[in-house]
Ligand binder design. Structure first.
Ligand SMILES: [Mg+2]
Length: 369
């Protein structure tokens, strides 16, 4: 197999990738949301030159070689750029074989439980509880994630008393119901406070405690995980495979949460998933917006043996994240009875809106041979 062209269509918030191979087959992928225009510059400058025109059979090896050629630049942007090309290649392969990507990965089309994921801290505990109940009634969600502390908050709350109020407010809203509740601290606490709030979550029946400590301080997270019964979870920012290995060896998390587009695509995320499986851990991917990262996570979760209980599904709408609307011809993941559905359409089974593409910034790299 040989790629001859990589085209990108981007705005500062989101960007799509179209690859073409030597037979003329095409596939669509996406780079991670936010600063996507910067990722596209990295893609054309530092990834495209190492993958265009190269004969390959092993896609992972192709990208490993590109990363090795750019070994002076390890980290997020290289992985984000690889993720755009990797996900486009999976689409191309699915379309050539006439099967959805999940089938290529060993899975099958079908339903997937989703949890309603709040991105808001600027919401009162009462309003958040109301919103969750409305979503339960309207879309059938039976799992909900809310935010505690402040993002990288150095122990401070979004406003004083919010965390002490929102934990019981959400728990009491579903007191007599069978729902699953999750909380995310986004790297807020040092271990003593993290353990304090973790016990509060346990006392209120919350079962998932995400990123209690600064994520880069893995020993701190491990200390919290060892002290608590609740599942301590994390890993969304981590793209470097040795970092994942260290996380698992330290038993820092009970559930691993790679983000397919931060981690560098499906191939790299599969490696994280296999490593997690070897440590007896499940995967609940980070998919915090309604661009293609959520659809990619759906295909992955329908395929891996150590899939977690549900898909992260952002409940934020156009007023909060206007950029994530108008991207696709059809909604790739309507929610019904709390579930989304992986279709049997080839590849990712999604069509990018031509009007959105026409308004985006276009760039192309081609094999000059
Ligand atoms: Mg999170």
């Amino acid at each position: 197999m040989r790629l001859t062209r990589i085209e990108t269509f981007t705005t500062p918030n989101v960007g799509f990738v179209r690859v073409t191979d030597a037979t003329g087959a095409v596939g669509w992928g996406q780079v991670s949301a936010y600063h996507s225009d910067i990722t596209m510059t990295v893609l054309h400058r530092q990834i495209a030159p190492w993958v265009l025109g190269v004969e390959f059979e092993d896609q992972d090896d192709l990208f490993d070689r590109a990363a090795e050629k750019e070994h002076k630049f390890p980290g997020s942007y290289i992985c984000r750029a690889i993720g755009g090309v990797d996900t486009a290649l999976w689409d191309l392969r699915g379309k050539v074989e006439g099967v959805p990507v999940t089938t290529l990965l060993g899975g099958s089309p079908g339903p997937l439980r989703a949890y309603a994921s709040s991105m808001k801290r600027d919401i009162t505990p009462e309003a958040e509880a109301e919103r969750f109940k409305r979503l339960r009634d309207e879309k059938g969600f039976d799992a909900f994630k809310f935010r505690i502390g402040a993002e990288c908050g150095r122990g401070l709350d979004e406003w004083e008393g919010r965390t002490e109020a929102i934990i019981p407010a959400i728990a009491n809203a579903f007191k007599d119901e069978s729902v699953t509740l999750l909380a995310d601290a986004n790297s807020c606490y040092a271990p003593p406070a993290a353990i304090h709030y973790g016990r509060m979550l346990e006392d209120h029946g919350i079962t998932h405690y995400e990123e209690p400590c600064p994520y880069w301080e893995m020993e701190q997270t491990a200390e919290v995980a060892a002290a608590l019964d609740i599942d301590v979870t994390g890993g969304e920012q981590d793209c470097w495979l040795p970092t994942w290995k260290r996380m698992f060896e330290l038993r820092a998390v009970d559930i691993a949460q790679p983000d397919i587009l931060y981690a560098g695509g499906i191939g790299r995320t599969l490696r994280i998933a296999r490593l997690a499986d070897a440590h007896g851990l499940t995967i609940t991917p980070h998919s915090a917006n309604l661009s293609l990262v959520t659809l990619f996570s759906m295909h992955l979760l329908r395929a891996i043996p150590n899939a977690g209980k549900y898909l992260e599904f952002s409940i934020e709408e156009a007023d909060y994240y206007p950029w994530q609307y108008g991207l696709f011809v059809n909604d790739p993941h309507p929610v019904e009875d709390g579930h989304v559905h992986v279709s049997d359409a080839p590849g990712w089974g999604v069509e990018i809106d031509p009007e959105w593409l026409a308004k985006s910034e276009y760039a192309v790299s081609e094999d000059e041979a």
